[in-house]
Design a protein. Structure first.
Length: 187
């Protein structure tokens, strides 16, 4: 059975490429210019402290080499937060806080909306007797929310740009094939 492991390790990448799997972020992906497209996005400022944390996480995730000098795209992100206490102790005091975020984003090129999306994020933490522990847990939630939102939006934008590049390539190929057919028909 030990001989089977190397065989599986070698065969798995071949099987994945045969089914159409392509790494999203590699230079040999469907869109080799993906990182160049992402580097042209500027993130609009957001309201309040959580918004600032999300804004900074988005900048760090989408444009890790710094903001673009001449941005081509503008990303606008908003959110709604609903907080609720979930678990109750015997004296009817809350012991767990649940924060539900509904995230909305829009990507613009000039005044044209290219893509939009919404998605939920849910986080929770336990209330403790020590006040500092609760403050620390809230700060941790803010960091986790920001990082998760930035990663989700980054992935969704990467998929958008990859899909758009594939559609452009397909349209160009169809146009070239039609032009070749028309040229052949005239000869």
């Amino acid at each position: 059975m030990s001989w089977l492991r190397p065989l599986i390790a070698l065969g798995l990448p071949l099987a994945l490429t045969a089914c159409g799997f392509h790494p999203l972020y590699s230079k040999t992906s469907a869109d080799p210019n993906l990182s160049d497209e992402m580097a042209q996005i500027t993130v609009a400022p957001m309201r309040d402290r959580i918004g600032q944390e999300m804004h900074n996480a988005l900048i760090k995730t989408i444009t890790p080499e710094g903001p673009p000098e001449k941005p081509r795209y503008t990303l606008i992100v908003g959110y709604n937060l609903v907080e609720s206490q979930a678990a109750l102790s015997t004296d009817e005091t809350a012991t767990r806080d649940v924060e539900r975020y509904n995230i909305q984003y829009r990507l613009y090129e000039g005044s044209t909306v290219l893509t939009t999306g919404t998605f939920p994020e849910i986080f929770s933490y336990n209330f403790l007797q020590e006040h500092y522990a609760n403050v620390s847990a809230q700060a941790d939630i803010m960091t986790r929310v920001s990082d998760q939102v930035a990663l989700e939006i980054h992935n969704r934008l990467a998929i958008y740009f990859t899909t758009a590049a594939q559609a452009k390539a397909k349209a160009a190929a169809e146009k070239a094939a039609a032009a070749a057919a028309a040229d052949k028909a005239t000869k």
